[in-house]
Design a protein around this ligand. Structure first.
Ligand code: SAH
Length: 227
């Protein structure tokens, strides 16, 4: 069973549209879509925005629906100036930028018993790089910084970028990484850029959400074919 997770309806609707035929199961205040794509069993859901919603949904996909691999699809704000709207990157590692017990002398993103950065699955990343190369798609690899905050402010953007050497920011990836790492499930986090996370990012976001979400969803489905 392969899980495909997004945060918002707009990120998952393109998948459901392509699949056409699926079964809906209600659980934990959410809807899970079960489908078969080219012989592969899929469980698909959008978690709703933010780290806690995403962690809950990823856990349900693994523990209840038996997912053994998880692919995340969605949009993100760019921190790296080489990333433009519509470009894609996958996370090589992820960090929670809003986790802060620095008052006790710990670094940002760290709590005892964890590591600051979580690494995604090298095999899934390599598969993505191979597919991108074959299709002539420019796919970057980088650090994704996650927090319960829509970043639309130059100062906060710079802080996240320099503190974690991060390339993009969003609101779910690191929590999904933590769940998958803890439960031993290989995961892949893909994001297409919807905005540049500076002042006025909310206007770009509204304009480019759907086109960028489509780009990411298409790519993730092309990966499923090869799994
Ligand atoms: N317009 C939505 C809210 C979107 S929040 C509403 O009103 O309901 C932004 C979503 O896109 C999150 O799921 C997050 O993961 C991603 N995202 C895109 N750009 C982002 C940015 N600049 N900062 C944080 N998250 C961003």
């Amino acid at each position: 069973m392969i899980a495909i997770l997004g945060a918002m309806e707009e990120e998952v609707a393109p998948l459901l549209k392509t699949l056409g035929d699926y079964k809906e199961v209600k659980h934990a205040n959410n809807t899970f879509y079960l489908a078969n794509f080219k012989g592969k069993e899929l469980v698909i859901a959008y978690s709703k925005i933010g780290k806690v919603n995403a962690a809950l949904t990823a856990t349900v996909m693994i523990e209840k629906f038996g997912a053994t691999k998880l692919l995340f699809t969605g949009v993100a704000g760019a921190l790296n100036e080489n990333l433009k709207i519509g470009d894609m990157l996958y996370a090589s590692s992820l960090v929670q930028h809003d986790l802060d017990i620095t008052a006790f002398g710990h670094p940002y993103g760290y709590v005892p018993g964890t590591s600051i950065f979580m690494k995604s699955d090298v095999n899934l990343n390599a598969l993505a790089a191979k597919i991108a190369k074959t299709k002539g798609i420019n796919l970057l690899e980088g650090v994704i910084a996650t927090g319960d905050q829509f970043v639309c402010n130059g100062e906060r953007k710079e802080w996240i970028k320099t503190t974690f050497k991060a390339d993009a920011t969003e609101m779910e990836g690191a929590s999904v990484a933590l769940v998958c790492e803890s439960l031993g499930v290989p995961f892949f986090i893909l994001r297409a850029i919807s905005d540049e996370a500076g002042g006025g990012a909310e206007f770009d976001f509204d304009e480019f959400l759907q086109s960028s979400a489509n780009i990411s969803a298409d790519f993730v489905l092309s990966m499923v074919e090869e799994l």
